[in-house]
Design a protein around this ligand. Sequence first.
Ligand SMILES: [Zn+2]
Length: 292
Amino acid sequence: MYTLRGILQDAQARGEAVGHFNISDLVLLKAVLGAARELSAPVVVGLSEGEREFVGTSQIGALVKSLREEFDFPIFLNADHTHSLAKGIEAAKAGFDAIVFDLSALPFEENVRQTKQAVEALKAINPSMMVEGEIGDIGTGSEIHDSSPDLSKGLSTPEEAKQFVESTGVDILAPAVGNMHGMLRSMVKGETKKRLDLERIAAIKQASGVFLTLHGGSGTDDDDLRRAIAAGINIVHINTELRVAWRRGLEQGLAKMPDEVVPYKILPPAVEAVKQVVLSRLRLFNEKRRAA
Ligand SMILES: [Zn+2]
């Protein structure tokens, strides 16, 4: 049986990262699973509180479980950016493999105190559930932004990473290392790229000793992503790039068939557009194994 912890350990040993892709409908889920199976690359699908509200928390739990079993494939489910213990418990009971318990907007001490409580409560429900904590500021909203927020003051330090991990018992840490949620318009057009603080990633990895997640991976320079994985990033989140592809694919489907009303005839271009993005990202994250 596949476990997320085992998959992360294997990927880390090979110098690879596991791709995490957000979904909020069947188009996105089909595209992510299709790409992952085509490359035989393990994958995590994530749903934020808003995405879970739209899809249904226990429903997506049942769906991903059935896909994992039917295809005997390592697809895992993450409760992305969960801001309350009640929502976390809901996800744990629905069979989620992991949770991002995100109180990064609170003062550090309060974040530590409540995250520690959440780790204990969630592991009491499912001991193998992996809990991720977040420190620093990486902005909010996997959307298209007009201007870049000033993230320089919210960067994580190796000292606070170590203290946070030791005091809370989280399995995974999401640091702020130059990454941010969402994309600028110039990034959507491909004119600019996000750049990462690679030295900070390496220092945080060494100080914390846990799995690290890079949030807000959309629009990041490919070479920075490679070097971030080499420096200790284990999971890379991609959401906005999928949303952009979803919309473009949907518009294409609608434009191609102006009189069509059958969803499964209109939607394939959207599935295909998202799948191409997932393929491109998984090829990059799993380069080591593919070369071997
Ligand atoms: Zn995120």
